[in-house]
Design a protein around this ligand. Sequence first.
Ligand code: 5GP
Length: 236
Amino acid sequence: MQKQHELHRGKSKTVYATDHPDHVIMQFRDDATAFNGVKHALLDKKGETNNKINAFIMQKLAEAGVKTHFVERISETESLVKSLSMLPIECIVRNVAAGSLSKRLGIEEGTALKRPIFEFCYKSDALNDPLINDDHIVALGWASEEDVSALRELTFKVNEVLKPLFAKGNMTLVDYKLEFGRFQGELLLGDEFSPDGCRLWDTETGEKMDKDRFRRDQGNVIEHYIEVGKRIGVTF
Ligand code: 5GP
C-alpha cells in the first residue's frame, strides 16, 4: 500500500489517498482545537496517543458488531481506513448532563439523566454545529428516514459497548460524538473515537480526563489521555 497525495486537512487529522481506491490514510496530528477551531495549540504526542486509543476502540466496536471504517493502524500516527462519503451530521449521546446541554438548559454539570439523550448536530464550524432534528436531516436531503433510525441505533449500540469498557477502567462515559459515512451504500462509523470527542470522568474523583482539560485550561491534557488509554488496555 502506497501513501499518495493529501486529500483533506481537518483540524486535527489529515487524510491521504492510497494506491487502493477504497482505502485512505488518516494521520492524527498534534493539533488540539476547541470552540470550532477558535482555540488552537500543539500538544506533544497527541497524534500518536489518539491514533492508538482510536485503533483500540474501533477494534472493540468491530468485535461487538459495529461496522466501522477502520482497517488497521499502520504507524505511530497513522491508520488505514475505508474511504467514506461522510454525512454532514454529528451524532451525540449523553449519559450525564454536561457541556452544551448544561449551558443550553441551565442544568448543572454532573446531573444524572433518567435515560441517555440522543442529539443530532449539523457539522458546520461557521454555524457552531447547531442542534438539528430528524426532520432537518430528511428535509435537507442529508440522509433518509431509515438512515436516521440506523444512526440513532448505531450510536446507542456504541454506548452499550463503551460504557462498560470505560467503567472497568473506573471512568464514566459522560457523552460522546460520532460521525458516520457511506461506503458502497452502507453506513459505517467513521472519523475517530478518542478523548477529543467524548467526556470521561474518573468515577471516584470526578476528575476530567478528556478534551475539556484543554478547553478549560486544566493542563496535563495528554497525560490524562494516556491514562485513559492505559486504563482500558491500550499499549503505548
Ligand atoms: P457538547 O455538545 O456538550 O459541546 O459536546 C458533547 C460531546 O460531543 C462532547 O463529548 C464533545 O467532546 C463532543 N463533541 C461535540 N461536538 C464536537 C466537535 O465538533 N468536535 C469534537 N472533537 N467533539 C465534539
